[in-house]
Design a protein around this ligand. Structure first.
Ligand SMILES: [Zn+2]
Length: 258
């Protein structure tokens, strides 16, 4: 709520009237999504390779092909299509895997690069798995780990949705590391989650509820939770080595001597 670039929670998005494609906030969101698509494609391919290693999957030389094929499908995505009727959703059609349909309310509600990347990466991961469902073993392994640590029931489509969310958060986190800023790390990282910070925590057969999605993601990767709980100083520590004058103690000393 304090972040001017904070994402609107999806339950709040759901209560809003539909937005025309020409709405200025929706247009700004569409431009943001298009600008970030090439970067996000690379981040998603990297995250999938990383997860395949972490979960010790597709390791035999012959079996590595699914990961390469997934990366190639991600690389082929070309277009963001703003859509009024999709409202607060984004989706992909696997028979037309070069386009991401993006509701105009959703485009307008994701006001940061970090928030946009997490959602774009989620959709790209569906495309990465493709009609062949080639990332299914990975999704199941991720879901098993999350279920064991949370007690949540995560099977079928829920496993895929959670896997896509995990890639989304990993992509946003990698983007934050590549683009240092003075903003606190915890604030930037929160933008990858906060569309799920709902009051109305509804779930369905295909998705964990938004709050349980956040719980599961933190349970899968505890370092994520600790970064999120860190104060601003750890965000600054990433950028300190790149800057020529950064030591507040020196400023204090010079003030005292004057
Ligand atoms: Zn999805």
């Amino acid at each position: 709520m304090r972040d001017p670039l904070g994402s609107v929670p999806i339950d709040e998005m759901q209560t809003r009237p539909s937005l025309p494609v020409s709405n200025p906030d929706a247009l700004a969101g569409a431009r943001r999504a298009e600008r970030l698509l090439p970067t996000t494609r690379k981040l998603v391919a990297n995250a999938i390779v990383q997860l395949a290693k972490d979960y010790d999957l597709y390791t035999a030389a012959l079996a590595r092909n699914p990961v390469n094929a997934a990366a190639a499908r991600v690389e082929a995505v070309r277009r963001i299509k703003p859509d009024v009727d999709s409202r607060d959703n984004a989706s992909v059609l696997l028979r037309d895997p070069r386009v991401i349909d993006f509701g105009t309310i959703f485009l307008a509600g994701l006001r940061s690069d970090e928030g946009m990347i997490s959602v774009l990466a989620h959709e790209l991961t569906h495309i990465a798995s493709g009609q062949a469902d080639s990332l299914r073993p990975l999704f199941r392994a991720i879901a098993r780990r999350a279920a064991a640590r949370t007690g949540l029931r995560i099977q079928g489509q829920r496993a895929e949705e959670l896997g896509c969310d995990l890639v989304g958060v990993m992509a946003a986190r990698a983007f934050i590391k590549q683009t240092p800023s003075w903003e606190p790390l915890s604030r930037r990282l929160a933008r990858a989650f906060e569309h799920n910070c709902v009051d109305d925590d509804a779930s369905d057969e295909d998705h964990l509820s938004p709050r349980n999605t956040i719980r599961a993601l933190f349970a899968i990767d505890v370092s994520l939770a600790s970064e999120e709980l860190s104060d601003g100083s750890s965000g600054a520590s990433w950028i300190v080595p790149r800057l020529p004058f950064t030591r507040p103690t020196m400023l204090t000393a010079s003030t005292r001597s004057s």
